[in-house]
Each structure stands twice: as C-alpha cells, then as structure tokens.
Design a protein around this ligand. Structure first.
Ligand code: NZQ
Ligand code: ZN
Length: 394
C-alpha cells in the first residue's frame, strides 16, 4: 500500500433538478464577470445555453461568451479566450460542455493567472502557480475533467500538432452541475467513447505493478462492472435515465483520484499513446484509447499477471480455472469484445488511422519522452516497446 493524497474539492449538484442550482452556485462564487465557454453547437441546439444565460442573469453576474471549442481543444482558441477575458475583466470561467470545453476553460484560467506563454505549462517547462476558478455544467460523461486536476490541450500552432496535459490541483473545478438528462442528446458513438474513457481512467490506475489497497480495488472493480453493464444498456436505450446517471457519476469518480488511492499512481501508457494519436490524427479520445488497449494489454499482461487475472475474474466474470495466464487472456478477449459490442474500434485501422513507420517512430519517441524516456507501470515501456504496441494495434 502506497501513501497518497486525496483532494476532491468540487461541489457537485447531481440529478434531474441540478440545473436549478446553477444560479446560486454562481452567486456563491462572488464573481463580477463570467466567461461563458462552450463547444460547437450542441448546447445551443438543446436549449441548454439559454437556461444557463438565464441562471447567470438571475445570479446578477455579467458575462461574455466564447463558443467554438472543438474536441481535442485547440491552443489557438485558448489564446483567444485569454485575450478576451483579460480585456473584459473576467474573474470566473463557466464551462458548459464536456472535457474539451472544461479543459479549454482551465487553460484560459492558467493563462489569466500566470505570466508568460500558457503552453509552457503543457510542455512541462514551468509550473503554474494559480488558475482562475472554473465552474462546470457537464453535457457528456467521459473525461472526468469536472472533478479532475487535469487539462489536456492540443497545440495547433506546431507542425504535426501536439496534445499535452497540465495537471495541478489549482484547476479542479469549484462546482459541477451534473444532470444525466443533458446527455440524452449524445450521438451513440460519443456515449460509447465516453464510457470507454471512464473505464480507462480506472483501468489505468488498476493495472499497476506496485502495492494495492483492497478498498480501492473494490471501488475500482465495482465501478468497472457498473460502467460495462450500463454502457451496454445505453446501446439499446440511450434515453435510460438511470443508466445515464450511473455512467455520469462513474465518470467523475473514475478520474477524481478515488479509484487510485494507495495504488502507485497508475500506468497511463494507453493514455500517453492516445495523446500522440489525438495530436497527430485528431481522433476522439475514447475511440483512440479503445483502438490501442488490446495491443497494449497483450504486450504487458505477463508482467502484471496478478492484476490481469483479478480483472478477468472480478470484472469480466471469467471462471478462475486453468492457468492464470489463460484466465488473464480470456479477460482481455472479453473486454475487447465488449468494446466492439458498444461500437468502439479495437484496432487502428478500425479507428481509420494507418500510420507510416515514420509516424509510429515519432509517436513512440514523443510518448516516451513525456515520461522522461519511459512510460507505464504494469510493464515499463520504452520508445521501442511503444512502437511495437502501435504496430501490433494496426
Ligand atoms: O461541441 P459540441 O457541439 O458540444 O459537441 C460535442 C463534441 O463534438 C459533443 N457533445 C457534448 N455533449 C453533448 C454533445 N453532443 C450532443 N449532446 C450533448 N449533450 O460531444 C463531442 C465530444 O465532446 P468532448 O468535450 O470533446 O468530449 P470529452 O468529454 O470526451 O472530452 C474529450 C477531451 O478531454 C480530454 C481528451 O483528451 C479530449 O481532449 N481529456 C481530459 C481529461 C481531463 N481533463 O481530466 C482526462 C481524459 O483522459 C482526457 O484526456
Ligand atoms: Zn481519458
């Protein structure tokens, strides 16, 4: 069992009537001017933005708007947001959307509260010392940014683009409004991408080679079983409120740190590889994770056999008979089949990506470099290993 710090300060308003609390949540912040930040149109189309504007007015908060956040949110829009918020005297950021909008808001928050180029924080050149406060109205259960310390931004100003994260507690949102009904309008593909990402946030913390805590394992295994069951329900009935609710709360809990307490910080190689794919090919994050997971698992499971065995038995329901390796492999196969069942790609070609050898070498090199030359915990991976996993994923 490892020592840990757990910090989850976000106030959560959850459920059917949670939007009604938005106005008082904003008023509690005591802010004077809000930047209302949102994505490419879904929140306007659904009528959500007009409800949010009403809540801001009711809270007596002046506001200015910046929409147009794209999935894999762009640095160029972050810069626009920083300039706008500075010019307007903004002192609070309200993100209405998913991980991309929330992460873009967090990046704007870093830019507003620190001197110099905000991208430095994502390159790991400097650490921010503050972030302007962020509040969230969540519209997709997926990234967990509504409670996480993370912000992931894509630099669209460099050739080949680069997707990088900055993780500090300054960026944990002050509040998150989570109404599962807001996710009814999601396309099935985005629902499945979200469920995959939620699972992966706990799986990255679960497949470690260090010590583990029983309580954390129980929470993690319960979360994984719950998301798998409800992701399947949502394929046939996207309007199942209870299934939406299970998945939405799982998304927040899966990435707020709870399912990693006492484990050794996690593996994060699959996320690292996806960030290279997302930067280069602009794929949906959850789909990118699904497309590399099986190749990764098959490459590492022998070095982390106990955890893969437990995952197979406790999460995927494999009978614990035969060799431990056989049970572990069956768990990997069942999880791969689950991903395919909910409509996720399980190879790079299914993802619609066919990288050249040169691209693979570049992604592997850059991915390893983000970990100081190596990634992972289930098995330590160097650039050559990552390149092999990418080749196996084709
Ligand atoms: O832009 P709009 O029109 O809103 O459409 C979005 C977008 O196209 C749509 N959408 C969202 N809510 C909807 C909806 N469509 C209909 N009805 C709704 N209620 O869904 C699409 C995807 O949205 P996005 O915000 O990109 O999804 P997600 O939450 O999966 O966020 C992905 C981003 O988060 C990063 C990913 O790398 C990616 O850039 N991550 C952030 C993390 C964090 N900050 O802690 C951790 C993750 O590991 C992840 O890396
Ligand atoms: Zn993720």
């Amino acid at each position: 069992m490892f020592d840990f710090q757990y910090f989850a300060p976000t106030k959560v308003a959850f459920g059917r009537n949670s939007l009604q609390k938005l106005s008082s949540l904003i008023a509690e912040q005591g802010c004077k001017k809000v930047l209302l930040h949102y994505g490419g149109g879904s929140a306007e189309r659904s009528g959500l933005l007009s409800v949010v504007r009403g809540a801001l007015a009711a809270a007596g908060a002046a506001f200015v708007e910046l929409g147009g956040v794209k999935p894999n949110p762009r640095l160029s829009l972050v810069r626009e947001g920083i300039a706008l918020a500075r010019a307007e005297g903004v002192d609070f950021l309200l993100a209405v959307g998913g991980g991309s909008v929330i992460d873009s808001a967090k990046a704007i928050g870093y830019g507003l509260k620190n001197q110099g180029d905000v991208w430095d924080f994502y390159e790991g050149l400097r650490k921010p010392s503050a972030c302007m406060p962020v509040g969230v109205v969540l519209t997709i259960a997926a990234a967990g940014s509504e409670m996480s310390n993370s912000s992931v931004i894509t630099n669209d100003e460099v050739e080949g683009w680069l997707k990088r994260s900055c993780n500090t507690d300054y960026a944990r949102p002050r509040f998150a409004v989570m109404d599962p009904a807001l996710t009814f309008t999601l396309p099935p593909y985005q629902t499945a991408c979200g469920c995959t990402d939620i699972l992966m946030h706990t799986m990255e913390r679960y497949f470690t080679s260090g010590g583990n805590m029983q309580i954390t394992d129980s929470l993690a295994e319960g979360l994984m079983r719950t998301v798998i069951a409800n992701a399947k329900l949502l394929v046939s009935n996207p309007a199942d409120y209870d299934a939406r609710a299970e998945v939405m709360w799982a998304g927040a809990v899966s990435h707020n740190g709870l399912t990693g307490c006492g484990n050794n910080g996690g593996d994060w190689a699959v996320h690292g590889i996806e960030h290279e794919l997302g930067g280069l090919y602009d794929v949906a994050h959850g789909a990118g994770l699904a497309a590399v997971w099986t190749a990764w698992a098959n490459y590492v499971y022998k070095d982390c056999l106990t955890r893969f065995y437990l995952f197979a038995v406790r999460v995927m329901g494999v009978r614990p008979s035969g060799t431990r390796e056989g049970v572990a492999r069956e768990g990997i196969e069942r999880f791969t089949a689950f991903l395919a069942d909910i409509g996720m790609p399980v190879t790079l070609s299914e993802l619609g990506v066919s990288p050249s050898d040169e691209d693979i070498a570049r992604m592997a090199r850059l991915c390893a470099a983000t970990g100081g030359g190596k990634k992972g915990s289930a098995k330590i991976l160097y650039a050559a290993d990552i390149a092999q996993i990418l080749k196996n994923a084709v």
